[in-house]
Ligand binder design. Structure first.
Ligand code: TMP
Length: 210
């Protein structure tokens, strides 16, 4: 029997994923569900250290395949150390970004190839794809206008609009490929509405599961 429920949140930079996923987490917690919140890249010490290397704006020399491998390495450690144990304890795991980010950003936007990036990630996660993925849909320009106000922009945030447009195109391909587990959320609305739409979808899934 499958254990736990694994839900991921995906979207381009500035889609509101983090605010929305944290809201869903706080609500499930208040309702008394056994839920764990985590994020990528990061989530545990070793993966946070790798995150620092990947996103450091100084690392302009980083090769795109090195970047893809570092994301996959941090995912592997995060998966074995945090996600898998929580699923084995029958928890609901909410994760801000997972394998679909690598497929959209590294596979398609960086041009490495969907299949190539999928294969290094399959090695890392051993077939443990999410049960459900909420895709927060917003166009690249709108997403970027939301992050412009941030004090710190990481190495990927600092990429040109054309890169972020490729990310949005990349997500279209990825979400179509995995449509059996993807739910699209219109993220081009006020944050309260996005939170409500996301919560409604997650609660539907959680109720099927418990
Ligand atoms: P965050 O802003 O959601 O914390 O993510 C940091 C950046 O890392 C963001 O620009 C997306 C990027 N990213 C990838 O390119 N590939 C990945 O596999 C992940 C998890 C994130």
């Amino acid at each position: 029997m499958k254990q736990g429920l694994f839900i991921t949140f995906e979207g381009p930079d500035g889609s509101g994923k983090t605010t929305v996923s944290r809201y869903v987490y706080e609500t499930l917690l208040k309702l008394g569900y056994p839920v764990l919140y985590t994020r990528e890249p990061g989530g545990i010490d070793i993966a946070e250290q790798i995150r620092h290397i990947i996103l450091d704006p100084k690392n302009t020399a980083m090769d795109v395949k090195t970047e893809a491998l570092l994301y996959a390495a941090s995912r592997r450690q995060h998966f074995v150390e945090k996600i898998k144990p929580a699923l084995l304890e029958n928890k609901i795991v909410l994760c801000d970004r997972f394998v679909d980010s690598s497929l959209a950003y590294q596979g398609i936007a960086r041009g490495i190839g969907f299949d190539e990036v999928l294969s290094i990630n399959e090695f890392a996660i051993e077939g443990h794809f999410p049960d459900m993925t909420l895709y927060l849909e917003v166009d690249a320009q709108k997403g970027l206008s939301r992050i412009e106000r941030r004090v710190f922009l990481d190495r990927l945030d600092q990429e040109a609009l054309s890169f972020h447009e490729k990310v949005v195109d990349g997500y279209k391909t990825v979400m179509e490929h995995f449509k059996h587990r993807v739910v699209r959320i219109n993220a081009d609305q006020d944050v309260i509405s996005v939170q409500q739409d996301a919560l409604e979808e997650v609660l539907k899934k959680v109720k099927e599961y418990v």
